[in-house]
Design a protein around this ligand. Structure first.
Ligand SMILES: NC(=O)c1ccc[n+]([C@@H]2O[C@H](COP(=O)([O-])OP(=O)(O)OC[C@H]3O[C@@H](n4cnc5c(N)ncnc54)[C@H](OP(=O)(O)O)[C@@H]3O)[C@@H](O)[C@H]2O)c1
Length: 275
């Protein structure tokens, strides 16, 4: 692994959802590498003070102008945004008919619409300087959609497609685009998700929820994902980066390429106990 500190490549970074889980680990890693970090939360007062850390309020649900204002503010305060790690996101669990349409719509507006606006603003800010990096934290759900997670599957697949679109449109921009796909990491993700989950779930959805909880409980801490991100940023090459266990990042994607779709779907249904 390159031992050159990341600050030699990126002086300033904006990390969305920097208060907990993966975002916190990414932010801590970047600060340890000497990068000045602007980190967001919907409740910035909970972020606390730390060296090279600037708390900022941001809610993906607040629309295009909030995303543009965030990037504008960070660019101004930092003297130029050089790295965006767009990590913020949340799950909504339940069958398509179990959650009101407004809940699905809100998730898509925030995680697809908000992410698009944020990427566009960061790209506009970096393009004139001809350097920087935009990292979108997607998910292995892009390759393995999770049952009872339709809004999340759509949002993450869309975010991956947006990252690929930027790679296609702007290969000579001097900007690195990363689709960073975590497998399972032990964070408060499921806890946050269950806060908005209906009390009555079908037996099948309950089996899926138990599987999701067991997998998350047995998964590695988010600091491991931060090491993978560090490695990818040091390489400075655009592309897809899978982060997690050998099964999730190597065997699974290989299976996706080799297995017929019907067989893959059956394997996923069996894994989650969907019947
Ligand atoms: N953990 C995993 O196994 C896993 C696997 C694949 C992908 N991911 C992705 O990794 C990212 C981080 O998840 P995590 O596991 O670290 O979960 P987490 O601990 O629940 O963190 C989610 C972060 O997103 C922020 N957030 C949630 N909704 C937001 C909104 N509407 N506007 C702005 N910020 C919002 C939260 O910030 P505040 O509450 O402070 O505002 C929080 O910091 C997510 O995008 C998730 O989809 C996680």
């Amino acid at each position: 692994m390159s031992r050159t500190p990341l600050r030699c490549r990126y002086r300033t970074a904006l990390v969305t959802g920097a208060g907990a889980g993966l975002g916190r680990a990414f932010s801590d890693m970047l600060r340890a590498e000497g990068v000045e970090v602007w980190g967001t939360s919907r409740r910035p007062e909970t972020l606390g003070a730390a060296e090279r850390f600037h708390p900022v309020a941001f809610d993906l649900a607040d629309g295009d102008s909030a995303a543009e204002a965030l990037v504008g503010r960070v660019a101004e305060e930092s003297g130029g945004l050089e790295l965006l790690v767009h990590n913020a996101g949340y799950g909504v669990f339940g069958g398509i008919l179990d959650q009101p349409l407004s809940v699905w719509r809100a998730q898509l507006d925030a995680m697809l619409g908000g992410s698009f606006a944020l990427n566009r603003a960061a790209f506009a800010s970096m393009a004139p300087r001809g350097r920087g990096a935009i990292v979108n934290v997607t998910s292995m759900a892009v390759e393995f959609p999770i049952p009872y997670f339709s809004g999340y599957n759509i949002a993450k697949a869309g975010l991956a497609a947006l990252t690929e679109s930027l790679m296609l449109e702007a290969p000579m921009s001097g900007i690195t685009f990363l689709d960073f796909r975590p497998g399972d990491y032990r964070t408060g993700f499921n806890q946050a998700m269950y806060a908005s989950t209906p009390k009555t779930l079908s037996a099948c959805a309950q089996r899926v929820a138990r599987r999701l909880d067991a997998t998350l409980e047995a998964s590695p801490p988010p600091q491991r994902a931060a090491l993978d991100l560090r490695r990818a940023l040091s390489r400075g090459r655009s592309g897809v980066v899978r982060s997690g266990s050998f099964f999730q990042t190597v065997l699974g994607p290989l299976g996706v390429r080799l297995m017929p779709l019907a067989l893959r779907r059956a394997a996923m249904a069996r894994y989650f106990g969907v019947r």
